[in-house]
Write a protein that binds this ligand. Structure first.
Ligand SMILES: *[C@@H]1O[C@H](CO)[C@@H](O)[C@H](O)[C@H]1NC(C)=O
Ligand SMILES: *[C@@H]1O[C@H](CO)[C@@H](O)[C@H](O)[C@H]1NC(C)=O
Ligand SMILES: *[C@@H]1O[C@H](CO)[C@@H](O)[C@H](O)[C@H]1NC(C)=O
Ligand SMILES: *[C@@H]1O[C@H](CO)[C@@H](O)[C@H](O)[C@H]1NC(C)=O
Ligand SMILES: *[C@@H]1O[C@H](CO)[C@@H](O)[C@H](O)[C@H]1NC(C)=O
Length: 433
C-alpha cells in the first residue's frame, strides 16, 4: 500500500524545485483496502507502513485532500527532512545523495558525504539537516585531548588535510548470545576508524561551522568504484565491502552520487527513516552496519538539551517481542509480530530494531545526528504480565521507566549508556497507531 503511493509523493517532494509550496493538487493513488503480507507487494510490515488515511472508511483512496504536512511541515503527513538527495521507496527504502572526493593529509583519496550542518542558512541552502548542537559536539575532548571535530580549512573547493581515516576491510559479524540473542556473544564492526577519525569537521575559514561529513569509502580510485554505479555485481560483494562502508548499496563517482540503506525507527509516534554512519561503541556500530569510530566518544553524553549539549537522546530496547513470539494463525498469514522491537529481534535478522529517536527537525529544535543511547529492557514482571509492547516515542519510554516497567538491561534505573551513534535523519512519515 505504501510504496506506489509513496513514490508519487517522493516525486512531488523531491524532484520538484519548490517541493513544499504546491498546495492542494496532489492526487492520492488508489489501493486495495486490505493488508497484503506478500513481501513482493511492497507492503512489508503493515504495523509500521500503513499510510492510507482512507483505509477502513467508506471512501476511495485519493478522495481526501492533501496531507497537512504539505502546508506546514510540522503537521501530520510525510516530510522529507534531508533534502540533498532523494528516498527510493520500496520494502527497504534507500537514499541517494551527493558523493564527494577528498584528499587526505596522507595524500590518499577518500570519499565522503555531508548530511548535517550547524549553520541554519547553509543547511537550508544545501538541503542538509540543521543541527545547531553540532557546534558543541565539536568541542568535546577525548582523554588524548582530541576534539570531537577535526578543524580544517576549505582549500581549492574541498576540505583539505583530513587526518582521520577508516579501515573498511574487517568483515562485519555478530554472534547471538546463548540464552537470548541480546547481549550477543561477539561483535565485529565492518569498518574501523583510526584514533583520529571523526565524522565531524569544523571549517575554520568558513564561519567555524560544523559539518557531519562521514567518510564512506577509503583509499580507492574512481575507476574501481565506477564498477558499482548500478549496485554490486555478482561475486564482488566481499571485495566491495572491504573498501566501502557497509550501508553503501551503490556508489558512482562518475555521476557523483552514492546510495545508502536507510533504517526505520520512530520519533514522537511518527515512523522515520535515518542513516547510520558511525558509532562510538562496537556493538551498535556492528548491529546497524556503521563504522566503529572511537573518537566519537569525545562527545559528552548524558546532558541532553543542556547548555553545551551536543547530543539528543535515543532509546534502544533490548528484549522486545520477536517474530518468534507471534502465535500461528495471525490474520492474513502475517509473519511480523505487531509489537516487534529491539536488539534481540534485530540480532535474529528480523529487521531494524525500531529505535526511538528524540527530537527531529519539524518536531522540535533540539535535533542532533549524534544520538545518546539509553538502553531499556522490559522487566520480568512486564514480560510475564503482558505489559511489554512496542513503544514509539520518548515520553512513552520515560513514563514506563518512571513507573518501573522498563529499566537498564542490568535492572538498574534507566540511564545514559555512554554510547553515541551518528545517525542523520532522512524522512518523517505520518503514522498513527
Ligand atoms: C533502492 O531502492 C529501490 C526501491 O526499493 C530499489 O529499486 C533499488 O534497487 C535500490 N537501490 C539499490 C542500489 O539497492
Ligand atoms: C599525491 O598523490 C598524487 C597521485 O597519487 C601524486 O601525483 C602527488 O604527487 C602526490 N602529492 C604528494 C604531495 O605526495
Ligand atoms: C590549490 O590549487 C593550486 C592551483 O592548482 C595549487 O597550486 C595548490 O597547490 C593547491 N593547493 C592545495 C593545498 O592543494
Ligand atoms: C494463508 O496461508 C494458507 C496456506 O498457505 C493459504 O491457504 C491461505 O490462503 C493464506 N491466507 C491468506 C489470507 O493469505
Ligand atoms: C528474569 O527472568 C529470567 C528468565 O526467566 C531469569 O533468568 C532472571 O533471573 C529473572 N530476573 C529477575 C531479576 O528475577
Amino acid at each position: 500500500m505504501f510504496s506506489i503511493w509513496a513514490l508519487i509523493l517522493a516525486e512531488a517532494l523531491c524532484s520538484s524545485a519548490t517541493p513544499f509550496l504546491k498546495g492542494g493538487l496532489h492526487p492520492r493513488q488508489s489501493f486495495p483496502s486490505e493488508f497484503n503480507p506478500d513481501p513482493q507487494s511492497g507492503y512489508d510490515d503493515p504495523t509500521i507502513d500503513i499510510a492510507d488515511p482512507s483505509f477502513a472508511t467508506a471512501i476511495e483512496a485519493g478522495y481526501q485532500g492533501p496531507f497537512a504536512s504539505y502546508d506546514k511541515h510540522e503537521l501530520v503527513g510525510p516530510v522529507d527532512l534531508l533534502r540533498n538527495g532523494h528516498v527510493n521507496y520500496g520494502i527497504n527504502p534507500n537514499f541517494t545523495l551527493p558523493l564527494y572526493r577528498g584528499l587526505s593529509a596522507a595524500n590518499t583519496t577518500y570519499w565522503w558525504i555531508v548530511t548535517d550542518s550547524s549553520d541554519e542558512g547553509n543547511a537550508r541552502q544545501l538541503g542538509l539537516n540543521f543541527a545547531p548542537k553540532l557546534r558543541f559536539a565539536a568541542q568535546g575532548q577525548t582523554s588524548d585531548g582530541l576534539k570531537g571535530a577535526e578543524q580544517l580549512e576549505i582549500v581549492n573547493n574541498t576540505v583539505f588535510g583530513r587526518q582521520g581515516m577508516i579501515d573498511f576491510s574487517p568483515v562485519r559479524s555478530i554472534v547471538p548470545g546463548d540464552t537470548s540473542p541480546f547481549p550477543p556473544k561477539s561483535v565485529q564492526p565492518g569498518s574501523q576508524g583510526d584514533s583520529l577519525y571523526t565524522p565531524l569537521v569544523q571549517l575554520t575559514n568558513a564561519g567555524y561551522e560544523v559539518w557531519n561529513a562521514p567518510i564512506i569509502a577509503g583509499n580507492v580510485d574512481e575507476d574501481y568504484l565506477n564498477q558499482f554505479c548500478d549496485g554490486i555485481p555478482d561475486g564482488m560483494l566481499s571485495d566491495f565491502r572491504s573498501k566501502v562502508h557497509d550501508q553503501v548499496l551503490s556508489i558512482c563517482p562518475r555521476d557523483e552520487i552514492v546510495t545508502l540503506a536507510t533504517i526505520r525507527g520512530f520519533s514522537f509516534s511518527k515512523s522515520v527513516l535515518y542513516l547510520i554512519a558511525d558509532g562510538s561503541d562496537p556493538l551498535p556500530a556492528t548491529l546497524d552496519g556503521g563504522t566503529y569510530a572511537p573518537r566519537l566518544s569525545a562527545v559528552r553524553t548524558g546532558d541532553d538539551d543542556a547548555l553545551f549539549s551536543g547530543i539528543e537522546r535515543f532509546f534502544v530496547n533490548t528484549n522486545g517481542y520477536t517474530n518468534r513470539d507471534l502465535p500461528l494463525g495471525a490474520p492474513n498469514n502475517e509473519t511480523h509480530h505487531p509489537w516487534r522491537q529491539g536488539l534481540s529481534s534485530a540480532i535474529l535478522g528480523e529487521g531494524n530494531p525500531l529505535n526511538i529517536l528524540g527530537a527531529i527537525p519539524t518536531v522540535a529544535y533540539d535535533y542532533s545526528p549524534l544520538w545518546d543511547f539509553n538502553l531499556y529492557a522490559w522487566t520480568n514482571y512486564s514480560i510475564e504480565n503482558g505489559i511489554r509492547t512496542r513503544l514509539t516515542g520518548e515520553f512513552e519510554v520515560l513514563g514506563m521507566a518512571a513507573a518501573g516497567y522498563v529499566t537498564n538491561p542490568d535492572g538498574t534505573p534507566l540511564s545514559d549508556a555512554g554510547i553515541v551513534n551518528n545517525c542523520p535523519i532522512v524522512h518523517r512519515f505520518l503514522w498513527w497507531h
